[in-house]
Design a protein around this ligand. Structure first.
Ligand code: ATP
Ligand code: MG
Length: 632
């Protein structure tokens, strides 16, 4: 089928389109109505239908593929590789579900999961889904304060934590963070269920509150816990946005719409079916982890690889080695991870024959053309950028190699996915922008299945955050974009990050892209800094592939970057200052923290730094600002 026809049908006849797609999952009771849209922008997909995510991800495959590998959890930190067939996964999930039931966890109760990328995190999520409990996974790298905020918002009945995670060979104890978070939280859960990996021998337990999963598992090893059938629009999980732009929002996902959107996208976008292998390098704490490490691959009967470790340890070829060993067909990672590899010898990319490997998908941040080319040419495989948000749960913009692959245009995440009726809107006039004109990317509701149903416990915040920006009731992505004559979209940065230089509006991303075309640049961050005359001026922070040179060499590099921007975008975009640094501050999800860089550059408080990955990177920015621009 042609992409154009399928897409048109998804917009013009959404009920017919999604009724067909819904056949890909098991319904205990079929939907009464495919789309109920009586209270815009709230919508109910597959109303009256009853289904269960765990049943679709596990039980449904037992007959046809019980002995097939379902999950491989690989840790290059501990050296453990844990393999589970669908039958073994079913056993583990039932035992976990029985443990939850024994602790009084019921349908609709929230369960916060604070764990690294280990198999038990997947069991915990699926066990919640099985009994109709609502999981809220909090990324294991978050500090006590972040965890406490999410606990107070979700008000969980139970917290499930691991004793520790590991990163770069170092044990990161989670339990002290859990204790601190529970002390900070206004509504701490009565119990903490601990999955003890044996990494932290000094771990302490609070009597009566803290329970060991191993002991409970022994008691429930052979339990069979019946699946709880949920109405399609009941909540399946909560997941907080990354918090790049401010206080995280509790994205609420439904059951049926989520399952259907994942089944569709596994087939049409990711091109992975029963018995095939998908490797997503995401953490279970992110939306990608939920959709394409856990639910998506399992719903379609594929094999999912889960990875704990760095992309460069034990060596920079580790990911491709795993792809070769497991016969990975589709891999999913982020531009940030590829930029880490880009600092390494490209020979690592070609060390393993990858006959089964078809596609590398990248998402989460703008994918600049040089990085896309570097990895695509190094691997000899197609690289497909895709754009989405925690809110949407699956790609908004992408190409669909599983259906009908349109040409890759470097720098663009592609074409609208099914059900996304996208427009670019002029921020000021609210009118639709013509191809080539910049504006805000919006979607006309109803949003397709899989997208958030609301902000947890706060419909007003849902409306205010996403639907209050224009006179029409449009979902604002809060991203700045432009479309071209072929209908491809380009993301130019967040609307917060638009720079206004003497009346010209420029996306930070356009300038970053121009900087990144310089062969010596590894990564760049561009911010707009207040200027008396021009309003704002672009300021560049860049890391170089070969490390930071000193003195005159640094000035040469900075000058070259300024010229590069002027050549590509014209004099108006010419950076006022360029700083060559060793590292850029990012969130734990690998996103540039431009707001913090900008605050430092304008001598303001850098704001909430709790999502910051590496404090040294911020110190780097401070030092560079003190030293002064590297331009000569
Ligand atoms: P918060 O909403 O809390 O500030 P966040 O927006 O960083 O955090 P996510 O939902 O993880 O949280 O990130 C989605 C955003 O990431 C998108 O809105 C967009 O700005 C950016 N993004 C994701 N994929 C791409 C892509 N392929 N190209 C460009 N930008 C992307
Ligand atoms: Mg966001």
């Amino acid at each position: 089928m042609r992409y154009e026809d399928a897409y048109r049908r998804s917009i013009d006849e959404p009920e017919a389109f999604w009724a067909d797609e819904a056949r890909a999952i098991h319904w205990h009771r079929p939907p009464r109505k495919i789309l109920e849209y009586t209270n815009p922008p709230f919508r109910r997909w597959f109303a009256g239908g009853e289904t269960n995510l765990c049943h679709n991800a596990v039980d449904r495959h037992l007959d046809a593929r019980g002995d097939q590998l379902a999950l491989a959890a690989i840790s290059t930190e501990t050296g453990v590789r844990a393999h589970y067939t669908y039958r073994e996964l079913h056993r583990e999930v039932n035992a976990f579900a029985a443990a939850l039931v024994s602790l009084g966890v019921d349908r609709g109760d929230r369960v916060v999961v604070y764990m690294p990328n280990i198999a038990e995190a997947v069991f915990a999520m699926l066990a919640c889904a099985r009994i109709g409990a609502v999981h809220s996974v909090v990324f294991g790298g978050f500090a006590a304060h972040n965890l406490a905020l999410r606990i107070d918002d979700a008000k969980p009945k139970l917290l499930i934590a691991a004793d520790a995670g590991m990163r770069a060979g170092k044990v990161i104890a989670y339990k002290p963070l859990v204790d601190e978070a529970l002390a900070l939280a206004a509504s701490p859960p009565p119990h903490v269920l601990i999955v003890d990996r044996g990494l932290d021998p000094s771990m302490t337990r609070v009597a009566g509150r803290d329970l060991d999963y191993a002991a409970l598992k022994k008691r429930h090893a052979n339990a069979d816990v019946p699946v709880v059938w949920l109405e399609s629009n009941e909540p399946s999980y909560l997941l907080y946005t990354s918090g790049t732009t401010g206080k995280p929002k509790g994205v609420q996902r439904d059951v049926g719409g989520h399952a259907v959107a994942l089944a569709t996208s596994m087939r049409t976008v990711f091109d992975v079916g029963p018995g095939q292998v998908m490797f997503s390098t995401s953490d279970v704490g992110w939306a990608v982890g939920h959709s394409y490490n856990v639910y998506g691959p399992l719903i379609v009967g594929a094999t999912s690889l889960l990875y704990e470790g760095l992309p460069i340890q034990p060596d920079p070829g580790i990911w491709w080695q795993l792809c070769a060993e497991y016969g990975v067909r589709t891999m999913f990672s982020s531009p940030t991870a590829i930029r880490v590899l880009k600092k390494q010898d490209p020979a690592w990319l070609a060390r393993h024959a990858l006959p089964e490997f078809r596609w590398l998908f990248l998402a989460g941040e703008p994918l600049d053309e040089p990085t896309a080319r570097w990895i695509s040419e190094g691997l000899g495989k197609p690289v497909i950028d895709n754009y989405w948000q925690t809110e949407t749960g699956w790609p908004v913009l992408c190409l669909q190699p599983g259906l009908d692959l349109k040409p890759v245009k470097f720098g663009s995440p592609g074409l609208p996915n099914f059900g996304y009726d996208l427009r670019v809107i002029d921020e000021v006039s609210g009118e639709e922008a013509a191809p080539g004109e910049k504006g805000v990317l919006v979607a006309r509701p109803p949003l397709p299945p899989g997208c958030l149903t609301t902000v947890w416990g706060d419909d007003a915040r849902f409306l205010q955050s996403y639907f209050s920006h224009f006179k029409e009731l449009w979902y604002s992505s809060l991203d700045w974009a432009v479309s071209d004559a072929d209908g491809y979209y380009f993301i130019l940065g967040r609307t917060d990050d638009v720079i206004n230089v003497a009346g010209h509006r420029l996306g930070t991303r356009e300038i970053e892209e121009a900087v990144a075309t310089h062969p010596s640049v590894a990564e760049a961050a561009v911010i707009g800094v207040h200027d008396e005359i021009k309003g704002q001026v672009p300021v560049v922070f860049a890391t170089l592939k070969a490390g930071t040179p000193e003195g005159a060499a640094r000035a040469d590099a900075a000058n070259a970057l300024r010229e590069r921007v002027a050549e590509r975008l014209g004099a108006v975009a010419k950076p006022a200052r360029v700083y060559v640094v060793n590292a850029l501050p990012k969130t734990r999800s690998g996103k540039l923290l431009r707001r913090s860089i900008q605050a430092l550059a304008e001598a303001r408080d850098p704001g909430d730094l709790s999502t910051l990955d590496d404090p040294n990177a911020l110190a780097e920015i401070r030092a560079a600002l003190d030293r002064g621009s590297d331009l000569s």
